[in-house]
Design a protein around this ligand. Structure first.
Ligand code: ADP
Ligand code: MG
Length: 323
């Protein structure tokens, strides 16, 4: 198995960036002149979805949302898209109609124009979107966190991971609202409106969206900033109402999902200010929750005031170890 991080580093080292006026590899998006943001993300059959268990319209919609999330994470909004689609011969009219409907709905909701793309016959379905957007005010990088910053997270965590467990039928519990988790898995909400509000009402030092899991993505942000962090694991916001009564029986299962479950597409925000979370909620409908602080160095994770070994509790910690 290739190490994704080493591979990307190799590209960076061997194919030197010639235009030093743009911000290239290393963040959720590239930053071009005039505050233009540019990103791409792909979803492939087998790695990101099981075609037989999903609706192609949902997958198309999600492939747009995950790109919008990268634009939101940089403090911006989406404008133009290119679509590169790999389609298999088995797909019929009904599936391709659903696919187009997924993109139509996504584009209408977020004011995006599809300006081009490429369509190829492929052995497996893949949906690749390249998205261009613009910042509300300034680009918010992963690398800007400063010691003492408060770490906030938007929404609730672990929901998409629970949705995936329902799809894979490996969730050990009967959740009181399974539809909620499936919805969160197939239709994540990029936090564009939150970032629009925060651009005018808060000082943000750094941001990243959560695609690989809170723990994993918080380490990415800390590494990019050359900092450490303190995380209060039991403060992670969970969708307890939707989980239902089983929450009381095995809280740890749900906190583990919140720390390591991927694809929530919520935002980790670093700010020197104590945010007025009620006002933010009133203005945007999105809850933000303080979960820790940025430090000079070291990763400390506490669960009900008991210090945990980050390497033992963060699923993908090894990747970072090897760097
Ligand atoms: P995200 O999870 O936000 O999509 P990643 O952590 O996967 O971002 O990627 C880290 C950085 O590496 C990003 O800046 C991304 O643009 C870059 N990157 C990933 N794959 C490649 C590639 N094949 N070629 C060039 N850059 C890449
Ligand atoms: Mg991202």
């Amino acid at each position: 198995m290739i190490n994704e991080f080493r591979f990307i580093k190799n590209i960076q080292e061997r194919v030197r960036q010639q235009d030093q006026s743009v911000t290239g590899i290393g963040d959720d998006c590239a930053v071009l002149s005039h505050g233009r943001l540019w990103c791409t993300d792909v979803m492939t059959e087998g790695s990101h979805f099981i075609l037989e268990k999903a609706d192609l319209g949902d997958l198309a919609y999600k492939s747009m949302m995950i790109n919008i999330s990268d634009i939101a994470a940089m403090g911006g909004y989406p404008e133009y898209a290119l679509l590169t689609l790999g389609l298999t011969p088995q797909l019929g009219q009904r599936e391709t109609d659903a696919l187009i409907e997924g993109y139509r709905a996504a584009c209408e909701e977020y004011g995006i124009d599809i300006l081009g793309g490429d369509t190829v016959a492929a052995g497996h379905v893949f949906l690749s979107v390249s998205l261009l957007g613009s910042v509300f005010r300034h680009p918010v990088l992963r690398s800007g966190a400063r010691s003492g910053d408060f770490i906030y997270v938007s929404g609730t965590l672990g929901d998409s991971g629970l949705g995936l467990s329902l799809v894979l039928e490996d969730c050990p519990y009967d959740l009181s609202n399974p539809e909620y988790f499936l919805e969160r898995h197939y239709s994540p909400t990029p936090r564009v409106e939150l970032m629009r509000y925060l651009a005018d009402n808060a000082r943000l030092h750094a941001c990243i969206d959560i695609s690989d899991g809170l723990g994993d993505d918080l380490i990415k942000l800390a590494q990019a900033s050359g900092k450490g962090f303190f995380l209060e694991w039991d403060q992670l916001p969970l969708a307890v109402d939707e989980i239902g009564a089983v929450f009381g029986r095995d809280k740890e299962y749900f906190y583990r999902k919140a720390l390591n479950g991927g694809e929530d597409f919520e935002l980790i925000l670093c700010t020197p200010e104590i945010l007025d979370v009620q006002r933010i909620h009133d203005a945007t409908g999105v809850r933000v929750t303080p979960i820790g602080r940025i430090r000079d160095e070291g990763y400390e994770i506490c669960y009900h005031n008991v210090s945990q070994d980050p390497a033992a509790v963060i699923k993908k910690y090894q990747h970072f170890d090897q760097e």
